[in-house]
Design a protein around this ligand. Structure first.
Ligand code: PA5
Length: 434
């Protein structure tokens, strides 16, 4: 199996697996027969078969144009129109991509905006722009979300002032709905190149569409290889058998644990570059399952750093949590710890070991401790942190989320709570019609 899932330390009994099996079967049928609630948003299920090849070609061409001409790519978006691209960027690029010399980067710096309303953040981004070549990719399915819309108005005005109308329209690329929304109208009027967010794919399931693919290709990530991972996952996880399908095992295990009062799931990783995967995952599971008075609260930590902050609570606090750790099998690069003649820091016992070895032992030691503390531990292992594994992992989580949501008895594809906040904000800001 390419992605290994281990629930042996999850305090799960065999009969609990047997009992949940029929519910997994029903969830599988609801999803694949497109008979479940929200089925009109399941276009991601066989995405690599239906993807528009002409648009994919255009993504490559446009990404190359951005790579050649931009020093900075501003990516404007929030929620599902932001987190997936950021997660992939952080996981698959150099940890210090934006700080690398341009000759090493061979791609523009990537700056995400429109995901907050902080005047400090806006102002600080402005300090970066003058004297650098700027491109913008504005991403919004609805085209009306306040944060990216305000950011776009601001940065578009900067572009128009600096480059003039015609040149700035060449440097702005919009990713939005095929036909509707303010952004689409604006893009058509100004003649921006546009990419489509398919009608049948909701924001938090959209990272493998142009939403993620264009900015990722622009910074040099191999999106074809990533889609190959998605494709392989779609085949592997179409198997309805709970015994053979690790994606369904993850979905079922979390529902079993939730019914035992484990109401918080903590996604753990030992790779700082997976921190934003945690943010993406929180949106996916929080928005998909947190409704109708139900839901597992998704949290995330980055170890070993957070062992020194959250470790105490996980070890010893209220026993309503379980952990899911993402492990990376191997890295292309590692560092060997050297010996020291004086050994004043007492670290010679680590001589010859690698940083990766120590990280692994930190994981093993932590799991032992947390198990002793009564915290069920699930583990997902990917062989490497590369495009193929990442694509597979994204699909693994998306499908597990849909199955888990159906087992839980909710529509995993709507987000009435988010809509409510948006409506209130419009009303409080005086938008007409709210
Ligand atoms: O999952 C969702 O639908 C939301 O989080 C959206 O992705 C987010 O609100 C951004 O919406 P839009 O792409 O319409 O600007």
């Amino acid at each position: 199996m390419f992605i290994e899932f281990d629930y042996s330390k999850g305090f799960i009994k065999e009969h609990e697996i047997e009992i949940i099996k029929p519910q997994v079967d029903i969830a599988h049928q609801l999803l694949h027969d497109r008979k479940g609630p929200g089925s009109e948003f399941t276009g991601w299920l066989e995405w690599t078969e239906t993807i528009d090849r002409e648009e994919l070609e255009r993504i490559h061409t446009t990404a190359e144009r951005i790579r050649q001409n931009a020093d900075i790519l501003l990516v404007i978006g929030i929620g599902g129109s932001y987190l997936g691209a950021r997660a992939a960027m952080e996981a698959l690029s150099h940890s210090f991509h934006n700080l690398l010399d341009k000759s090493a980067r061979k791609a523009p710096q990537l700056i995400f905006v429109g995901n907050n309303m902080s005047p400090k953040y806006y102002s600080d981004v402005m300090d970066l722009l003058d004297g650098r070549e700027i491109y913008i990719n504005v991403i919004s399915k609805s085209g009306t979300t306040t944060e990216p819309a305000v950011a776009f108005r601001h940065f578009r005005s900067y572009m128009e002032k600096r480059y003039g109308l015609e040149e700035s329209s060449r440097r702005i690329i919009a990713t939005t709905d095929r036909a509707r929304g303010a952004l689409k109208t604006l893009a058509d009027k100004e003649g921006y190149e546009t990419f489509t967010i398919p009608d049948d794919i909701g924001g938090r399931y959209s990272v493998m569409t142009a939403v993620g693919l264009l900015p990722l290709a622009a910074v040099g990530i191999d999106i074809v290889r990533m889609l190959e991972g998605v494709h392989a996952a779609a085949i592997e996880y179409s198997n309805p058998s709970l015994d053979e399908n690790s994606c369904y095992q993850y979905a079922a295990t979390r529902q079993i644990l939730s019914r035992k009062g484990k109401s918080i799931e903590i996604l753990v990783s030992y790779e700082p570059s997976l921190q934003y995967l945690g943010e993406w995952w929180k949106q996916l599971y929080g928005e998909s399952e947190g409704k109708d008075g139900k839901g597992i609260f998704p949290a995330s930590v980055s170890f070993t750093a957070d062992l020194h902050s959250m470790g105490q609570l996980i070890q010893d606090g209220a026993r309503n949590i379980f952990e899911t750790t993402i492990l990376v099998g191997s890295h292309d690069r590692d560092i060997v710890i050297k010996g020291d003649d004086d050994d004043l820091d007492g670290l010679n016992y680590l001589q010859g070991k690698t940083i990766g070895n120590v990280n692994r032992k930190a994981y093993e030691g932590t799991v032992l401790a947390h198990l002793e503390g009564g915290v069920p531990n699930l583990a997902i292992t990917i062989p490497k942190l590369d495009e193929y594994s990442f694509g597979k992992l994204i699909y693994f989580f998306e499908k597990a989320c849909a199955i888990s949501g159906y087992i839980q008895g909710v529509n995993p594809f709507d987000q009435p709570g988010v809509e409510q906040y948006k409506r209130n904000m419009f009303r409080l800001l005086g938008k007409s019609g709210y």
